[in-house]
Design a protein around this ligand. Structure first.
Ligand code: KG4
Ligand code: ZN
Length: 322
């Protein structure tokens, strides 16, 4: 079964095709207009998706060498609702025109299963760390469709903290990749920042962002690479600590990491050094992409799932809710 996947929940217009032998195509158009503002502007995102969706899907089909897929999957949420609706409605219309099955996918499930796209030998159950701009959660993933939240951030997502700190330092948007690069020239031990604790395994990143702001106010001549490296190290310390403790508590050896922040060089290095079996996708499958939606959709379709065209998009949609 060849599945077309469409993603438009934030600022990437993306489409990919996945078949029995894996990935056939993957086309991602990252909207540049938001950089000017320093964050995603929802209305601009919806408009840019609408302008780009048709060409993106056409290119994904062309690259895969097919005229039409056997089924269509699309992100149905969570995300910016106007943005989600562009790809979601396009996908429904395409499924109707082609007369093929349609399935709506939770964006977080797309991320969660993405490590299994490149590595089919990676089997569930595993502990999943989904760490992106909108979400930072640990799940126990027992089977496709069976996920339980083990821990999550009580305030900002880790990617959001990267973006906010970058904005504070006037480094540009999105902040994650910029801080990642800058931190390589800095000393992670230069500045002492807190490792905020929430209850039990939960995480908190907003106090860390405030600590960075206070530090910059008190030390306007700070060496930015040192601050970037120290901030990044604090985020990585928290994530690694929770992964290790959650894996032990859940009795899971295997860990699958996904989401935009999983592209972070230092996080990857530190996670791979943990005494666990850690899987992280290649960089291009960490940030939002259509291939992960096609892949998750294909898993669901193989289980016999299909959705009617009356399925609704959702701005909020916890992964362990039905
Ligand atoms: O998964 P994603 O593309 O979109 C969401 O679902 O949120 O994640 C985007 C987030 C942004 O906050 C971005 O700054 C962060 O991932 N990010 C990174 C890196 N690349 C992207 N954070 C840290 N280091 C990176 N290399
Ligand atoms: Zn995402």
């Amino acid at each position: 079964m060849l599945v077309l996947g469409i993603e438009s929940s934030c600022d990437e217009t993306a489409a990919g095709v996945v078949g029995p032998d894996g990935l056939l195509s993957d086309v991602t158009y990252t909207q540049e207009i938001h950089a000017r503002f320093g964050g995603v502007v929802p209305e601009w995102a919806s408009r840019a998706h609408a302008e780009r969706i048709s060409a993106t899907v056409r290119e994904a089909l062309e690259q895969a060498g097919i005229e039409r897929p056997d089924a269509v999957a699309a992100t149905a949420g969570p995300g910016l609702i106007g943005a989600v609706l562009v790809g979601f409605s396009f996908a429904k219309a395409a499924a109707l025109a082609w007369d093929v099955p349609f399935v709506g996918i939770n964006h977080l499930e797309g991320h969660l299963l993405s490590p299994t796209l490149e590595d089919p030998s990676l089997e569930l159950p595993f502990l999943a760390l989904v760490v992106s701009g909108g979400h930072t959660s640990l799940y126990r993933a027992d089977a496709v469709g069976s996920y339980r939240t083990v821990a999550q951030t009580v305030d900002d997502a880790a990617g959001e903290a990267f973006d906010k700190v970058a904005r504070l330092l006037r480094l540009g948007y999105p902040g994650g990749p910029i801080i990642d690069r800058l931190a390589r020239q800095g000393n992670p031990k230069a500045i002492r920042l807190p490792r905020p604790k929430a209850t039990e395994l939960n995480m908190s990143f907003s106090g860390l962002k405030t600590a960075v702001r206070s530090y910059v106010e008190a030390h306007p001549d700070v060496h930015p690479p040192d601050l970037a490296a120290s901030f990044q190290e604090a985020v990585v310390d928290v994530l690694c600590d929770r992964v290790l403790r959650a894996a032990r508590r859940e009795g899971l050896e295997r860990v699958a990491v996904s989401g935009g922040v999983a592209a972070n060089g230092r996080l990857r290095e530190r996670l791979l050094a943990l005494p666990l079996e850690v899987h992280i996708p290649s960089f291009r499958f960490c940030t939002d992409n259509g291939a992960m939606i096609a892949h998750a959709g294909r898993q669901r379709l193989l289980l016999g799932e299909r959705h009617g065209l009356d399925l609704r998009a959702r701005s909020v949609w916890p992964l362990d809710a039905a």
